[in-house]
Design a protein around this ligand. Structure first.
Ligand code: IPD
Ligand code: CA
Ligand code: CA
Length: 293
């Protein structure tokens, strides 16, 4: 793979950065699995009782921060646990464990997420699926790949399902779900009876890569943070998919809603329309009203 970007008087060669990021994600994954195997001592809640953080989230973020900053000291760092929005042109966007509730309960569907951004643009996205050890990655303009635990790289392609009734979907529910009716239950109910099925698996990062690899035709969720979505959005787009807000406008790093599909226009349009139709049943909303195109 090749590709370089010029910024702030320096050349950033993405093709040499990518292997380094893959290695850092792997180191973090090894640490997270070792800590889980030893037994977690400190599982506490953040915004509410359903929003967990463990000592492994903190240790994974520290490992990733230290490794990335030792090689790229002038790149900013936006990690979930430290959460300091960056002020630099280039910055990392990091979720040290995506799917912490699964991780803390021993359900094998969680991930390490690392993206490199230049402003609003994600240049590199890496999602390490744990405990399987599958490394999903993309470099902008170069396609999306899965490196298997055996070290084989497989190019990723979205599937070609175009009708909603045949679409296998996935979603997730926000941490405020017990506190407000705008909690995705209306959208979930609407789409469950109109699609092949809707799964809720608990890792936005992995839900996105499952769209990229064609296992899912689509995924939607509100109130994601940049670190949940940045790597996976690049991976979906590089695999031929489409990612928008509920309005149908292209998803951006700080968007509050996300629809990722295989890019089949009829299916994407059907999801946008369905979600907006379902949301009309809400008596009050936490997202700005959308006028789908
Ligand atoms: C969460 C997971 C979950 C999604 C939540 C995210 P965390 O991330 O991605 O699937 O539904 O919105 O916050 O808290 O496990 O890093
Ligand atoms: Ca997350
Ligand atoms: Ca997390």
């Amino acid at each position: 793979m090749s590709g370089s970007q010029v910024g702030s008087g320096r050349t950033v060669d993405l093709s040499t950065i990518l292997p380094f990021v893959l290695d850092v994600a792997q180191q973090a994954g090894d640490l997270v699995l070792a800590m889980q195997a030893k037994g977690l001592q400190n599982v506490v809640s953040k915004s509410n009782p359903t929003d967990l953080v463990t000592e492994a989230d903190v240790a994974s973020e520290k490992l990733i921060l230290t490794a990335l900053q030792s090689r790229f000291p002038d790149f900013g760092f936006w990690g979930e646990e430290s959460n300091q929005p960056p002020t630099t042109e280039y910055f990392w966007v990091v979720d040290p464990i995506d799917g912490t509730t699964n991780f803390a309960n021993g359900l094998p569907y969680f991930a390490v997420n690392i993206a490199l951004n230049k402003g609003a643009d994600t240049l590199i996205g890496v999602t390490l699926e744990l405990p399987a050890g599958h490394l999903y990655f993309a470099q902008v303009g170069q396609g999306a790949y899965l490196r298997t635990a055996g070290g084989r790289d497989i190019r990723l392609h979205v599937n070609d399902t175009s009708s909603l009734s045949r679409a296998f979907l996935c979603t997730g529910f926000p941490y405020h779900r017990t506190e407000h009716e705008d909690n995705n239950l209306a959208e979930f109910s609407y789409l469950t009876t109109r699609s092949q099925g809707v799964r809720c698996m608990g890792s936005a990062a992995l839900d996105l890569v499952n769209v990229a690899r064609g296992a899912l035709a689509g995924y939607w969720e509100g109130w994601l943070n940049p670190w949940d979505a940045a790597p996976g959005v690049l991976i979906v787009r590089e695999a031929g998919g489409q990612v928008t807000e509920y309005s149908g406008d292209p998803w951006q790093l700080t968007s509050k809603s996300l629809i990722a599909t295989n890019g089949q226009p009829d299916l994407h349009r059907a999801l946008v329309t369905s979600i907006n139709t379902a949301r009309k049943s809400l008596t009050s909303t936490l997202l700005p009203p959308t006028e789908p195109a």
